[in-house]
Design a protein around this ligand. Structure first.
Ligand code: JHZ
Ligand code: ZN
Length: 399
């Protein structure tokens, strides 16, 4: 589906600023090199009226999240402390009942103390199997309808968490209506999304792929939520996905007065409403494409071996847009069992377990750049032996 009207305000016209060509689905890893994949156009626009940055090409949910969905949060083990600290922060609200929307494999949910009644919901059935068995789960997308089902089964929740899911939602109003259904007057809703300001300043164009339909600032989030009865009372920036915001919402309960963080963050976001801010990304993205391809090609000269590190969803856009494929990378290592033995979408580079590399390469293209410091630490032997990393963003450099 090609969207011409805004997915948030429904009325604003969309002004396209970036065309990333045609790409396959980012979390679908073909089982063979010959498998035919469907390609979808990938165009990004800004709403003239409410300023939401969004994809124009909408792939239906049942196509995006069917049985083959390959993303398992827990595959990135170095991120585990992030989830346990997150759980501690949430327990400070002293909830008795908690719901996590899009809980995936329970990487966050499994951290909460057992006397807290927790429930998870997620449309991808594979990852759900790894949620602790004592936690009730529902295999569905969160909508106003499934929210009703959750509320009649479990009642209302004191805390509802939704990490990295709002960007995926096509009907955001319906989603927020669902939040109203599963919460009571004093509930807290915690939403974490990748932050548009960091995406733009970090040239992170690889966050644009079909699962991510909207890209948020606190300004656009508050446009969405205040219209439907929620108030943002606190915002904090987190390092996840190259820069995210964790937004705390209430239904206006006086238990949660608005903190200074909200006005301060919004005040620093005026530039995000300017057309020039998004449009100016285009030149930088094209420059990155040219220099990165050049860098990988010049590194991949016999007998040097260059491989990719992390078969991320992001890398689908990066590799396909930059034209980096089997000729440039011998393989990509990834710790997700489900991706191993398969091939990267579109570019069809073999994905190997880090234990199965035929040899250690001379250089890795760091596709999981958002874990840079953890990976450098993890691979200190590799670099001590002269191994190098190409960091693609914010601009290609060799480390
Ligand atoms: P990571 C996913 O994007 C998909 P991805 C999804 N669409 C979304 O919204 C965001 O997350 C939030 C591997 N890895 O977290 C594991 C190693 O091999 O950057 C993962 O496959 N070795 C739902 O896929 C991938 O890299 C390592 O040492 O862009 C990381 O994926 C580490 C740390 C990771 O998200
Ligand atoms: Zn709009």
């Amino acid at each position: 589906m090609y969207r011409t009207k805004c997915g948030l305000c429904q009325t604003g016209d969309l002004n396209q600023f970036l065309d990333l060509g045609q790409t396959p689905l980012a979390d679908r890893f073909p089982a063979t090199q010959f498998e035919r994949e469907e390609l979808f156009p990938l165009r990004v626009a800004m709403c003239e009226r409410c300023k939401l940055v969004q994809l124009q090409d909408i792939v239906p949910d049942d196509v995006l999240y069917s049985g083959d969905y390959a993303f398992y949060t827990g595959a990135s083990k170095t991120h585990n402390p992030y989830w346990s600290l997150y759980a501690q922060e949430i327990e400070e609200f002293a909830p008795k009942k908690l719901l996590e929307i899009a809980c995936n494999d329970g990487s966050l949910l499994n951290n909460f103390s057992r006397d807290l009644y927790t429930v998870g919901i997620d449309p991808a059935s594979g990852p759900l199997q790894y949620v602790n068995s004592y936690i009730p789960t529902k295999n569905a997308a969160f909508t106003a309808k499934t929210a009703q089902e959750l509320a009649s089964e479990h009642g209302q929740f004191d805390v509802v968490i939704a990490n990295n899911v709002l960007a995926h939602v096509s009907d955001m109003e319906d989603f927020v209506r669902g939040l109203s259904v599963v919460t009571h007057r004093d509930s807290v809703v915690v939403i974490e999304v990748q932050y548009l300001a960091d995406l733009i300043t970090g040239n992170q164009f690889d966050h644009f792929y079909h699962e991510h339909r909207s890209f948020f600032s606190v300004r656009t989030l508050s446009r969405l939520f205040t219209a439907l009865g929620f108030t943002i009372f606190h915002v904090k920036r987190t390092p996840a996905q190259g820069g995210s915001i964790r937004v705390f919402l209430s239904k206006g309960s006086n238990k949660y007065p608005e903190m200074d963080t909200v006005a301060a963050t919004k005040a620093g976001e005026a530039w995000l409403d300017e057309w020039f801010s998004v449009e100016s990304m285009v030149g930088r993205v094209d420059h990155i494409r040219d220099t990165l391809l050049d860098m990988v090609e010049s590194a991949n000269v016999y007998p040097n071996v260059v491989a990719g590190y992390g078969a991320t969803a992001k890398s689908c856009t990066l590799l396909n847009y930059c034209g980096i494929g089997q000729n440039e990378l011998c393989w990509v290592v990834d710790t997700t069992k489900w991706k191993q033995g398969r091939f990267t979408p579109g570019t069809k580079i073999p994905v190997l377990s880090p234990q199965n590399e035929p040899t250690k390469p001379d250089m890795y293209l760091l596709l999981a750049w958002n874990y840079l410091s953890a990976i450098l630490w993890q691979e200190s032997m590799f670099t001590a032996n002269g191994g190098k990393f190409i960091l693609p963003l914010p601009k290609p450099v060799i480390l």
